[in-house]
Ligand binder design. Structure first.
Ligand code: ZN
Length: 192
């Protein structure tokens, strides 16, 4: 099970809706099952961004610095499926990530955040519990004010470096093309 605060959940949901119908995403950091840091990343896919979310090496470097600065362990990448089910695609699974966080926007007005644990190519649903901002330590990525008191163990830092290496070695995500939805295009705002 993962725990996320209302504020961070709100950051992800707003990003998902603002970027619709393009895919978007970012990095999650934390300790154990607590999501304590959210780093939204603009979609770098030079092609059709409604079918694919892409991260660059610079994004991974940025995420690495973000996680180290705030003494967070790497938990995983989140990304949206604007018109698809929030289940990992074969391309998502090709990244060999332990966890995949996917926002489903079948109903744009009520996005759903799903966490998936991948073990031996098998996919298991992980519960996500949203708690009030008073229930956990929160980093405000907009003001850059961390409120963490914990220190990462060396093992945690090593694991992060390993995870990042794995991510660099992975291929960019690629998602199946789906039918356009009925959302009013005039309300789009591009994430940049
Ligand atoms: Zn996906």
């Amino acid at each position: 099970m993962f725990i996320i605060t209302e504020r961070q959940y709100g950051i992800i949901m707003k990003q998902a809706q603002d970027c619709y119908p393009a895919e978007t995403g970012g990095f999650l950091g934390g300790h154990d099952n607590k999501i304590l840091g959210v780093l939204p990343i603009p979609n770098k896919n030079p092609g059709d961004q409604t079918t694919q979310f892409a991260l660059t090496g610079d994004d991974i470097e940025l995420a690495y610095r973000f996680l180290v600065k705030h003494k967070l362990e790497y938990l995983g990448v989140y990304h949206t499926h604007p018109r698809g089910v929030p289940y990992p695609s074969p391309q998502d699974l090709a990244h060999n990530q332990k966890y995949l966080f996917i926002v489903g926007l079948r109903d744009r007005r009520s996005p759903e955040l799903y966490a998936w644990r991948v073990e031996n190519k098998q996919v298991f649903a992980e519960d996500i519990k949203i708690i009030s901002d008073f229930g956990a330590t929160v980093i405000d990525i907009h003001t850059g004010q961390p409120k963490l008191t914990e220190n990462s163990a060396k093992e945690a830092a090593d694991k992060l470096a390993q995870d990042i290496d794995t991510m660099i070695a992975g291929k960019m995500p690629n998602y199946p093309k789906l039918e356009p939805g009925d959302w009013d295009a005039s309300s789009f705002s591009t994430f940049a």
